[in-house]
Design a protein around this ligand. Structure first.
Ligand code: NAD
Length: 471
């Protein structure tokens, strides 16, 4: 069979990955019709909203969607029609960590992948290239192939590719425009190679061919888990060192700078913080831990588990620093938390360290005021309700208020805790903040964004993660 020329693409899953990824494909490939489908009607309505109130916030995303929605980019809940019409189908559904049952807390919950695969098998009436875009455990493509082949209609065939996504939230569009690499894994059969060539030809519309890497299916699946595990490991490594800095008087910025100068280490991703968050790092490492255990490799599992444990320790350590510094009690005290998203330039709150910090502050019976420029109030209440199962929403609302701006959040507070590195927190008028705060006024910087010396000159007591200096 000659390589397929792709004219119509369907993407199952209109989330943080499926939406931006396939919108960029539509932009860069005006000759290809791209339909992004989802079962979530509200999400699709938001993608189709006349005033472009898109369901996710990403810098540059709106411009991409404006350029091609209705031209060659469509959003729909009609999953079956989109499957039938397309030659190539991305499966970009969620793969969360299992909450209960076998592998609870570690293994990937693959039921969304399975039901999307079963839907493709049930309705496809011509041959398809099925592309795993979701992050999945190694050898998931084999399960997908078994399901597809068992349901294949006469004259149809399914070729499965792995094409994990490496975008980072907050820079998704820039990452998609200019990816470090596009990874495509296929079976090393002629059909597998042809399918791989078809997908590579889509990316080749804007990605230099030297950056399109083709490997075996299992290597591709594992590479995604490995990449996230190694990125998270770097953060946990620098965070572990930040604890030593605080105890010794060393400065984590200086240490990171010095270490990063070594070309074998490199300077990127060496920023200490209150801990990593997001939907992927923890989930993918736990996935790797589970995979290692399933493969009877307990030492390998223990090695990767430590990366997550260090991250939990870092969040706990930061909460404890706040309590210890505020004279060992925050009961009845008023604390502003600046930032709720797991990082700047996204409205995503999944696994955000801010949630853990606020949960700890509520457990200590403090009053908390939260401000985030992009996270909706409803999301904050939902996250806090999930994080504090012992409290009702009414009880949470007695202790937590939401502020319309950073300045408002800080008024009459004893302490300001910076949980997300939003640019506006760097530019805030700290003199105004100081004037309106209860004294002594404390700032706890969990993101290394303040100029601590300047703040001390104003009169603040300042604690920055990874700095051993006196407050
Ligand atoms: P998401 O939860 O934002 O989106 C997934 C979407 O899939 C949801 O809208 C859901 O309704 C839809 N869906 C689930 N089952 C469906 C079905 N059977 N038919 C139609 N729609 C269905 O998730 P996401 O953040 O986009 O992540 C998707 C995958 O990409 C995950 O495996 C994740 O690990 C991986 N990934 C995420 C990121 C990231 O930064 N978010 C980066 C790289 C890879």
């Amino acid at each position: 069979m000659a390589p397929v020329t792709v004219k119509k693409i369907c993407c199952i899953g209109a989330g943080y990955v499926g939406g931006p990824t396939c919108a960029v494909i539509a932009l860069k490939c005006p000759h290809i019709q791209v339909t992004i489908v989802d079962l979530n009607q509200a999400r699709i309505d938001a993608w189709n909203s006349p005033d472009f109130q898109l369901p996710i916030y990403e810098p540059g995303l709106e411009d991409v969607v404006r350029a091609c929605r209705g031209r060659n980019l469509f959003f729909s809940t009609n999953v079956d029609k989109a499957i039938q019409e397309s030659e190539l189908i991305f499966v970009s559904v969620n793969t969360p960590t299992k909450k209960s049952g076998v592998g609870a807390g570690f293994g990937a919950d693959l039921h969304y992948v399975e039901s999307a695969t079963r839907r493709i098998a049930a309705v496809a009436n011509s041959s398809k290239i099925v592309v795993e875009k979701s992050t999945v455990p190694c050898r998931t493509a084999e399960s997908m192939r078994t399901i597809l082949e068992a349901n294949c209609k006469p004259g149809c065939r399914f070729d499965i590719l792995s094409n994990p996504e490496f975008l980072a939230e907050g820079t998704a569009i820039a990452d998609l425009f200019s990816p470090d690499r596009v990874l495509i894994g296929s079976l090393q059969t002629q059909e597998g190679k042809d399918a791989c060539a078809a997908l590579a030809s889509v990316y080749a519309n804007w990605v230099p061919t030297a950056r399109i890497l083709t490997v075996g299916l299992w290597s591709s699946e594992l590479s995604k888990l490995a990449a996230n595990a190694m990125l998270a490991q770097r953060i946990s490594s620098i965070n572990a060192l930040s604890a030593i800095c605080e105890a010794t008087g060393a400065n984590i910025d200086e240490v990171a700078h010095a270490v990063g100068y070594d070309s074998r280490v490199g300077p990127k991703f060496l920023r200490a913080s209150v801990g990593f968050g997001g939907s992927c790092f923890q989930k993918d490492i736990l996935n790797l831990v589970y995979l290692s255990e399933s493969l009877h490799l307990p030492e390998v599992a223990a090695y990767w588990r430590q990366v997550v444990e260090m991250n939990e320790y870092q969040k706990r350590r930061f909460s404890k620093t706040v309590v210890d510094t505020l004279f060992n009690t925050i009961t009845g005290k008023h604390i502003a938390v600046l930032g709720f998203a797991f990082k700047a330039d996204t409205g995503d709150t999944r696994e955000s360290p801010a949630i853990t910090l606020i949960r700890d502050f509520l457990a200590e019976r403090a009053y908390v005021t939260v401000y985030d420029p992009k996270v909706e109030a409803e999301q904050i209440w939902q996250d806090l309700t999930e994080a504090c199962p012992d409290l009702t929403l009414e009880q949470i609302k007695k202790q937590v208020t939401l502020a319309p701006s950073a300045l408002e959040a800080c008024k009459q507070k004893e302490a300001v805790v910076i949980a997300t590195e939003w640019k506006e927190f760097r530019e805030i008028s700290w003199q105004t903040v100081y004037n309106d705060m209860t004294k002594p006024a404390f700032v706890f910087d969990g993101r290394l964004i303040v100029d601590a010396d300047k703040l001390r000159e104003i009169g603040f007591k300042v604690k920055v993660i990874g700095r051993g200096e006196r407050i």
